[in-house]
Design a binder for this molecule. Structure first.
Ligand SMILES: *Cc1c(COP(=O)(O)O)cnc(C)c1O
Length: 384
């Protein structure tokens, strides 16, 4: 029976999509070279600049976020170049793997999972590798729930010939990341995270320094060629057929965002995140991240509880999809996301579900204790 099948996405991507955006994507397909679509595209590009808080162009590709990560390597670097990669989790490792796939010499800065990189570590590495062309980092490392200090890293590279490339796939649209004011050279995002859309679009902003590097870079690229896309951008179109329906959804969410404003958007996600963190602590659970983020709450699985079973049971029995840990954290953590079309009662559901499953798995919980902590937080702080 459908009623018993009601499913809820509370994982760090994909995320729930607002009904208005779903309806926008159900419109008949438009021709991508029509004046009507060009107008929508121009409007969406302005909306992206608003969300990115930059005057730099923001390109859109039909790919998941990793496509734009790969494109950032291929468009900015040369074979044999050195590039510094901050590696404090699964997504930091991905920067290294992409560099290696393109014959770029990755210089990893290994950071303990759960901790943020220290700007001094990056500074010391830059001194040892003064020719490094780029520093690759995550704004938020989704596998550990850690926020890296990208503003401080931007200050370090500004005076050098080094670009800062930020994977903000799980940061943009969740918390304040003023790309222009901080001078972030390249910032990558993806539709199925902070944008509250289905998977399938990636985004990348390019500073003037990045655009200069792009002109000189000699790594091979074809579909993901920033030069060709920027030429099409200037003509209010795209180089190839864009994901028309997803872009109609994008227009819907960006229009809404411009009405709501960034301050309220960020306050909303902060509120959901804080309430969840308070609830987990009220249950006697320990948070994993030493530099926590509004995107996700990462919780250590308590001693004696099967972490894989916890995530599986929440999904299969209760219809709540959260995420477990990846790689070395498999079975050791669980992750509840606060991205996308979510509000206060999604937090209540998530906490209630976690309480019930923990109780079933033999962990001593007082049912309702975490829920009460979240409710108290919402009553005290008000609903943003
Ligand atoms: C989700 C995520 C990715 C991967 O994006 P895909 O869209 O799955 O390719 C990369 N980096 C971070 C920080 C993410 O959260």
């Amino acid at each position: 029976m459908d009623l018993l099948d009601k499913r809820r996405l509370l994982a760090p991507g994909p995320v729930p999509v607002p009904p208005k955006a779903l309806l926008a994507m159900a419109q008949p397909t438009m021709h991508h070279r029509s004046p009507q679509f060009s107008e929508i595209l121009s409007d969406v590009r302005e909306g992206l600049k608003f969300l990115y808080q930059t005057e730099d162009p923001v390109l859109i590709f039909a790919s998941s976020g990793t496509g734009a990560m790969e494109a950032s390597v291929a468009n900015l670097l040369n074979p044999g170049d050195e590039a510094i990669c901050v590696v404090g989790g699964k997504f930091g490792e991905r920067w290294v793997e992409i560099c290696q796939a393109f014959g770029v010499r990755a210089v990893p800065i290994e950071v303990e999972w759960g901790r943020a990189v220290e700007p001094e570590q990056v500074e010391a590495t830059l001194k040892r590798h003064p020719l490094a062309r780029a520093v690759f980092v995550q704004a938020h490392e989704t596998s550990t729930g850690v926020k890296h200090p990208v503003k401080e890293l931007a200050d370090l590279v500004r005076e050098r010939e080094t670009l800062l490339v930020v994977d903000a796939i799980s940061a943009l649209g969740v918390y304040d990341l003023p790309v222009g004011a901080w001078g972030l050279d390249v910032v990558v995002a993806g539709s199925q995270k902070g944008f509250a859309l289905p998977p399938g679009l990636s985004f990348v902003s390019l500073s003037s320094r990045a655009r200069e590097a792009m002109e000189k870079a000699t790594l091979p690229r074809y579909y993901f060629d920033f030069r060709r896309e920027l030429k099409a951008y200037a003509r209010s179109t795209t180089a190839y057929t864009p994901a028309v329906s997803l872009i109609l959804g994008l227009k819907s969410v960006l229009d809404r965002l411009r009405q709501v404003g960034l301050e309220r958007l960020f306050a909303h996600h902060r509120c959901l995140s804080e309430a969840t963190k308070k609830a987990m602590e009220a249950l006697g659970l320990e948070l994993f991240s030493q530099a926590p983020c509004e995107t996700v709450t990462v919780v250590r699985v308590p001693e004696g509880v099967d972490g894989l079973e916890l995530v599986k049971r929440l999904r299969e029995k209760y219809g709540l999809t959260i995420a477990g840990g990846q790689a070395q954290l498999k079975g050791r953590i669980f992750r509840i996301a606060h991205m996308g079309y979510q509000n206060h009662f999604d937090v209540i559901l998530a906490v209630a579900g976690v309480e019930m499953v923990l109780s079933e798995l033999g962990y001593k919980v007082e049912l309702g204790r975490g829920v009460a902590a979240a409710q108290e937080y919402f009553l005290k702080e008000g609903i943003s």
